[in-house]
Design a protein around this ligand. Structure first.
Ligand SMILES: Nc1ncnc2c1ncn2[C@@H]1O[C@H](COP(=O)(O)OP(=O)(O)O)[C@@H](O)[C@H]1O
Ligand SMILES: [Mg+2]
Length: 310
């Protein structure tokens, strides 16, 4: 059972953060949820950074350590490149960085990303031929890393903004996906495609991944547009899921406000900071800023608990 006292999960929950649009707050939300699960709820958390933009990696270990990991060829890009080049560089024991994040309380584990994921992505179709059809390009993470998963209560996966082979590697091992979205017209426009394409992928591949919900990010309470989109979104979403033949995963009640603080703290400069100081003590709306990532995470936990009871 999921509780707020930690160490209680018997299953590992694996959640991908996905939107085919960049800049919508995927990485920020993932880091917020990872740190809440770890520091506040005391769960054991692993982050897999599959996005070549490496933002989650930089936020959790800083640029210097990331460069070292990249030079040492111990990133998820090298896991894929090994399969493409016939090399043997990736060593899980070295690639797994334990105790990351600049929070002074509990720590997260990470397997970092690299910009070289771009090259890997472009060549992934070669995997099947190079392995004499013993390996599928979308099952490398599953084959190579799933032995590690039972050490964790939660695994959060940051995916690139497309449904290419790299994202597919994340989906193949995920139970759920969460879709962060900015409440403006352009950003919500793409949601039906995301849902339809992922649901179709899951059906074709016969994998269990399903939507845990849509989270509104970068909400600007002084924008009339944002307010009206947020109001209409729940009904629109229910329609999108039905059209995709999926059970409706609703919008999270917690919206993440637009706040400079959330951007500032993604650069890993502060050291040994408390959760509340990191995610902000200033107010936004009727709560302190640190309230919102916490509230979203508690909603994720209760949704998972609801799913388990079904
Ligand atoms: N709630 C927020 N308030 C203000 N800025 C944000 C917020 N969420 C994300 N950002 C900023 O917006 C940009 C994109 O966010 P990011 O999480 O990297 O999105 P994605 O992973 O979808 O590309 C970054 O500069 C980030 O710091
Ligand atoms: Mg990102």
């Amino acid at each position: 059972m999921l509780g707020d006292c930690g160490y209680a999960t018997e299953v590992t929950h694996i959640i991908s953060f996905i939107n085919f649009k960049g800049g919508v707050g995927k990485t920020t939300t993932l880091v917020q949820v990872a740190e809440t699960l770890s520091a506040i709820n005391k769960y054991r958390v692993l982050v897999l950074d599959l996005d070549p933009q490496t933002n989650a990696t930089i936020a959790l270990i800083g640029e210097e350590r990331w460069q070292q990991a990249d030079e040492d060829k111990q990133t998820l890009a090298h896991l894929f490149l090994d399969k493409l080049d016939g090399t043997n560089n990736f060593d899980l024991e070295k690639a797994l960085i334990v105790g990351v994040s600049n929070l002074k309380t509990r720590k997260i584990d990470l397997i970092p990303s690299s910009i070289q994921l771009v090259e890997a992505q472009d060549r992934m179709h070669e995997v099947a031929i190079k392995s004499s059809f013993t390996m599928s390009p979308m099952e490398i993470v599953k084959m190579e890393l799933s032995g590690l998963f039972s050490n964790y209560d939660f695994i959060l996966i940051d995916c690139p903004p497309n449904l290419g082979f790299i994202t597919q590697n994340g989906l193949e091992v995920s139970h759920y996906y969460v879709t962060p979205v900015i409440p403006d017209v352009m950003s919500t426009y793409g949601i039906p495609q995301i849902i339809q394409r992922i649901e179709k992928y899951a059906r074709t591949r016969k994998i269990p991944v399903k939507s845990l919900g849509v989270v509104v990010t970068k909400f600007n309470s002084s924008s009339t547009l944002h307010k009206s989109v947020v109001k209409m979104l729940p009904r629109q979403l229910a329609g999108y899921y039905t059209m995709a033949g999926a059970s409706p995963a609703l919008i999270f009640k917690t919206t993440i406000p637009q706040a400079n603080r959330y951007s500032e703290v993604m650069d890993y400069t502060a050291q040994q900071i408390s959760y509340k100081d990191k995610w902000g003590t200033g107010n936004s709306g009727s709560h302190a800023l640190h309230y919102y990532p916490w509230a979203l995470t508690q909603e994720i936990l209760s949704r998972l608990e609801g799913e388990a009871d079904e």
